[in-house]
Design a protein around this ligand. Sequence first.
Ligand code: COA
Length: 355
Amino acid sequence: MKRSIIAGIGKYIPEHVETNDDLSQIMDTSDAWIQERTGIKERHFADKHKDTPASMGAKAAEIAIERAGISKEDVDFIIFATLSPDYYFPGSGVLMQRELGIAHTEIGALDVRTQCTGFIYGLTVADQFIRTGMYKNILLVGAEKHSMGLDFTTRGRNVSVIFGDGAGAVVLQPVEDENRGILASALHSDGTHAEILAMVNPGSHGGYHHEKLGLEVDFGFSESRYDPIFVTRKMLDAAQLFPYMDGPTVFKIAVQKFPAAILEVLEKAGKKPAELDLLVPHQANLRISQFVAKRLGLKEDQVYNNIQRYGNTTAASIPIALCEAWEEGRVKEGDLVCLAAFGSGFTWGANLMRW
Ligand code: COA
C-alpha cells in the first residue's frame, strides 16, 4: 500500500527582523506584554516590494526540491496555502509556478484557503493524490506576507504583534511501505464563529453575514447598483480593512480543538501521546502550545516551538517549524511526528506520520 512521505523540506525567512521593542516605538505595547501573553520575542517582515507569498514560496520550494533530489520539472502538482495571497485572483499557486520557471509544464496548481490549518489541509489533500497514484512529486507550500496589511497602530495591537512573514515547502512522494509516511489525518471546520477571527474586507459579502448575525456594522455601501462594495471609502476611513480577532475566544476554543485533533489521529493509528517523538503544532501562541502539551502529558522535548523568533506565520508556520526541527536533527527517520493546527474559520486538524 502506498504512503506519502516528505522527501524534501525547505523554508524561506525574509531578512528584516522586527523586534517587540520596534513595535513598541509605533504603538502602545511592550516587550514584556507580548512575551508574557504569546512567547513572541521577534518576527520577520517581508520586503514590501520583493517578497510575496509566491516569491517566498518559490525560494522555500527550491530548497525542498533540491533536498528531495528531484528537478523542478519533476514536480507534477502544486498545492499553495496562504491567507495573504499576492492577488485576490488568480491564486498564488500559479504565480509560484511561474516564479519557479515551470509554467511550461502546465501542471495543476491548487490554492488552499484554510488559514492556519492550510498546511494540514494541503498535506491531507496531497496524501490522497499520492495514495491513489495520481501524482508522484507534489510540491506543497505555505507562505504568508502578513505585514502587508496589519493595523500597526494601538487600535490593532492585539493582532499586529502576533503575526510574522515567511514560507515553508515540502515535496511529497510515494513509498511502498505501510509503516512510513502519513499514517492518519483529521480535518475539521465549524463556520459558526467565522467572524471571530477574520478579515472580511475586501470581499463580496455586501454586509449579508453581519446583517444575518444581527451585527450592526456599517461598511458604507451605497444603494447604487453600480457602486463598488468590494472596497468603500468607509472601509478605509473606519479601519475595516484589517484582520479582526477576538483573542480570548480564539484561545479558549484552540486549547480544546488542538488536543482533540491530535488524539484523533493518534487513536486512528493506534498510538499514544507518549509514543510521539515530536509534536509540531501550528505556532499560534506559545501559551497555547504549552497548554496542549500539558493536557496531553507531553514532555518539553516532545514539542517543537519557534514562535519566539517568527511569530505566527499562519499557513507557513508548520512547514517552517518542521523544516527547522529537521535541520536541527530533531526529526529523524523512523520518528513518529504529529502536526496539528487550529485557526480562522474555525478550521482545525492534524496529521500523524512516521518520518
Ligand atoms: N500590548 C499591550 N496591551 C495589549 C495588547 C498589546 N499588544 N493587545 C491587547 N492589549 C490589552 C487589551 O487592550 C486589554 O486591555 P484592557 O484590559 O485595558 O481592555 C488587555 O491587554 C487584555 O486583552 P485581551 O485581549 O483580553 O488579552 P489576552 O490575555 O487574551 O491576550 C492574545 C491577547 C491575543 C495574546 C490572546 O488572546 C491570544 O493569544 N489568543 C489566541 C490568538 C491566536 O492564537 N490567534 C491565532 C489563531 S491561529
